[in-house]
Design a protein around this ligand. Structure first.
Ligand code: AAO
Length: 512
């Protein structure tokens, strides 16, 4: 029995579910396409003071430079080498960012593109972000180096060499995803090169990885690679700490590959989460917030301790990947804030916030024809800095959702209620719902088309609280609405369906 328990414990420890965030920091933010020097500043001036746990950064390695269309964001998903230079900055800027963010306890999670190199039609030359030579046609990437032997061209069994059928797991893993040259990760040499890249990042001080396109890699190959990874840098992390791993596997059900195949390696993205939450908040398909009472595993999601959750990501906010039209984004700001508010208040999963740039969305026949547009940039292709406005929002077309008061305050809410149970659920049988987290926090939504005026048991100690959605506590005073919790723990909530944000949230740190 003891041996069995030991084996179970060892098995679980070898998978890397722990995000390595500092105690009491429970969310990460994806600073999509940000420059390393801007991220370093953001860690010091905003993310650390507001309790963010870490950052998913865009791929830091050398990638192809595309000119038709011009410098799309997705060129960064086409590696040329593992040199650390990209539109976000060079190696020295990368090291500086990791050091400065780590020093204030905000950790870096690298988007690791290890399934493939550039597209098969990527041509030959030095059109790459550090100027390294490559030849996609002959599969030659001398800066790694990889050659034709290191790709799956002979293993793939489809006529086109492309993935043709997502129900066939062999195709999905052995053939090319949208023409991207598929690395032979079963080869010891290739595994070694990938591990060397990731270990270099670990030595610099990163805390973990997003495995891009994990669904397109065999779990056994990923396991072999993660088994070669070093422990985290003890300058910032406890000795023996392993890199956090979260794997991008799209599983909305009904395909040949399921997320559970990847639990042995680390966490997995739960794409059902954003797709379903968007449907509920939009009130499509007769969905109601009432049904969120059983949110989580009750909705057929993976176990909470395996899940990485988000309302939108860099793909599905622009129609790539999966999720479809229900996905909420900053374009639907009012519903988006409710969705993020719900996610951050609910205990399910490890949460990631999206932080975007604006682009001129243009739907033609159900597709955004501007889905390729890269980050705000200068005419020479360099990415623009994130500037700050007087009201703390961002300029230069950076949306900075993570700086929206409602979102930032809910990141703090989640930290405050960490470890507390889901409790005191209430609903009106429709779209007015409320729930608490033990005796630490309480949130109330009115997504119906009529006024809400209810007195609810909150579980909180008596006192006057500041609603952190309509305002926040500043210098001991509340800039938004105040909520009084009586000696029985009950409070009256009046929320108009016409309020700018039809929800309210209080927690023990927002008590006046
Ligand atoms: C670009 C061009 C291509 C060109 C290629 C090479 O767009 O035309 O061939 O360069 O020259 C990103 C962009 C791609 C871009 C690529 C490389 O999104 O457009 O290609 O960089 O520059 C699949 C994968 C998933 C992937 C997602 C986009 O499984 O891993 O496609 N996401 C990651 C990254 C992403 C990146 C890559 C991977 C590549 O986050 O940014 O691509 O590094 C089904 C499958 C999914 C599949 C989707 C889309 O989903 O289940 O696994 O995702 O199809 O193909 C319903 C279904 C749902 C279904 C969905 C869409 O919702 O329920 O299951 O419909 O059909």
């Amino acid at each position: 029995m003891k041996l069995l328990l030991l084996l179970v414990a060892v098995g679980l420890c070898s998978a890397q579910y722990n995000p390595n965030t500092r105690p009491g920091r429970t969310s990460i933010v994806h600073l999509f396409e940000w420059r390393w020097d801007d991220i370093a500043e953001e860690c010091e001036r905003y993310l650390a003071p507001n309790g963010f746990g870490g950052i998913q950064i865009s791929p830091p390695n050398e990638n192809i430079v595309l000119s038709n269309p011009w410098r799309p964001w997705y060129e960064r998903y086409q590696p040329i080498s593992y040199n650390l230079c990209s539109r976000s900055g060079n190696e020295q800027q990368f090291r500086d960012m990791v050091t400065r963010c780590n020093n204030v306890g905000v950790y870096i999670y690298v988007d690791a593109i290890i399934n493939h190199m550039c597209g098969s039609g990527g041509g030959a030359g030095t059109h790459s972000t550090c100027g390294s030579y490559f030849d996609a046609g002959s599969r030659d990437f001398p800066d790694v180096p990889y050659s034709a032997w290191d790709f799956n061209d002979n293993k793939c069994r489809t006529g086109s060499g492309e993935i043709e059928n997502y129900n066939d797991a062999n195709q999905v893993r052995d053939c090319r995803l949208v023409s991207l040259l598929d690395l032979a990760l079963e080869k010891d040499y290739v595994r070694g090169k990938v591990a060397e890249y990731l270990n270099n990042l670990i030595s610099i001080g990163v805390a973990g990885f997003r495995f891009d396109a994990a669904k397109h890699m065999w779990p056994g190959d990923l396991k072999a690679i993660t088994d070669r990874l070093n422990n985290l840098n003890t300058k910032w992390f406890p000795s023996g700490a392993k890199p956090f791993i979260f794997q991008e596997v799209i599983d909305l059900g009904g395909e040949g590959i399921s997320t559970s195949e990847y639990f042995g390696i680390g966490r997995v993205t739960e794409f059902k989460y954003g797709a379903k939450l968007g449907t509920v908040i939009r009130k499509w398909n007769n969905e109601k917030m009432l049904y969120l009472k059983s949110w989580g595993e009750g909705w057929g999601f993976m176990p909470s301790d395996k899940a990485l959750v988000f309302v939108d990501n860099h793909d599905n906010q622009r129609g790539h990947g999966a999720g479809g039209a229900s996905i909420l984004t900053f374009f639907d700001a009012r519903m988006y804030k409710m969705g993020i508010g719900f996610m951050l208040a609910h205990p399910y999963g490890f949460t990631r916030i999206m932080s975007s740039y604006r682009w001129p969305r243009n739907w033609v026949n159900g597709r955004d024809v501007n889905d390729w547009i890269g980050p705000p940039s200068n005419s020479d292709g360099s990415t623009k800095h994130v500037t700050l406005n007087a009201d703390t929002t961002c300029g230069n077309d950076w949306v900075c959702e993570h700086r929206w008061r409602q979102i930032k305050n809910m990141v703090i809410f989640r930290n405050v209620v960490d470890g507390q149970p889901f409790s005191n659920w209430w609903d009106n049988g429709s779209n007015q719902v409320a729930f608490g987290r033990g005796n630490k926090g309480f949130i109330v939504f009115n997504n119906d088309d009529w006024y809400m005026d209810v007195t609810l048991y909150t579980g909180l100690p008596a006192g006057t609280y500041c609603d952190v959605i309509s305002g926040q506590k500043e210098n001991g005073r509340c800039t938004g609405r105040q909520i009084s919790v009586d000696s029985n723990g009950s409070a009256r909530f009046q929320i108009s369906n016409n309020d700018e944000d039809p929800f309210a949230a209080i927690h023990v740190d927002s008590k006046l």
